[in-house]
Write a protein that binds this ligand. Structure first.
Ligand code: PNS
Length: 161
């Protein structure tokens, strides 16, 4: 069993799907570091500090801070970050085969770089349709997003309005 796992992502914003993966990752590793990563190929709606704050607040609301910690990665390789931390596994969630096609090359390159393994957790069927991009689209058009995101994210959108 791994001692420390890293769960990276853009989390723009964190959704109930991400939170489900975080809770279930604790069955794989006793400690999990969630890392909010700046992904230069994406134009984020929320800033990196805003995303870190929403992830932290959502984890506090669920009583998960302790076994789960939150950090951010502005630049540099995820594998170097994980190695410095002493983490021996990456956690990724996937909803469909499309996610796997996107994630699999990254898992292989990350393993090439430092030997770190990636564990894929399938999303709960109840969350398969939830994505950060759909949440942003619905929210920007005035739709209801409470079924998809934690309260911290609702507050985050209100603060940006
Ligand atoms: O939520 P996302 O945007 O799909 O997450 C992708 C992310 C941030 C995990 C990925 O882009 C990443 O690991 N970025 C860090 C830089 C890095 O190590 N790149 C090489 C990946 S093989």
């Amino acid at each position: 069993m791994s001692k420390l796992a890293v769960y990276p992502g853009s989390f723009d914003p964190i959704t109930l799907g991400h939170l489900d993966i975080i809770e279930r990752a604790l069955d794989v590793a006793p400690r999990l570091q969630v890392v909010v990563v700046h992904n230069p190929s994406k134009q984020p709606f929320f800033t990196l500090p805003e995303r870190v704050q929403m992830v932290t607040d959502a984890l506090i609301e669920r009583g998960l801070i302790g076994p789960v910690t939150v950090d951010s990665l502005e630049s540099g390789l995820l594998t170097s970050y994980a190695a410095k931390l002493g983490a021996n596994v990456l956690i990724k969630g996937f909803r469909t085969g499309v996610d796997i096609e996107y994630e699999l090359p990254m898992a292989k390159v990350n393993r090439d770089l430092t030997g770190i393994e990636t564990i894929f957790l399938p999303s709960d069927p109840a969350n398969t349709h939830i994505s950060s991009s759909l949440v942003k689209q619905v929210a920007s058009l005035g739709g209801e997003i409470t079924k998809y995101v934690p309260a911290a994210v609702i507050r985050g959108f209100k603060a940006k309005a």
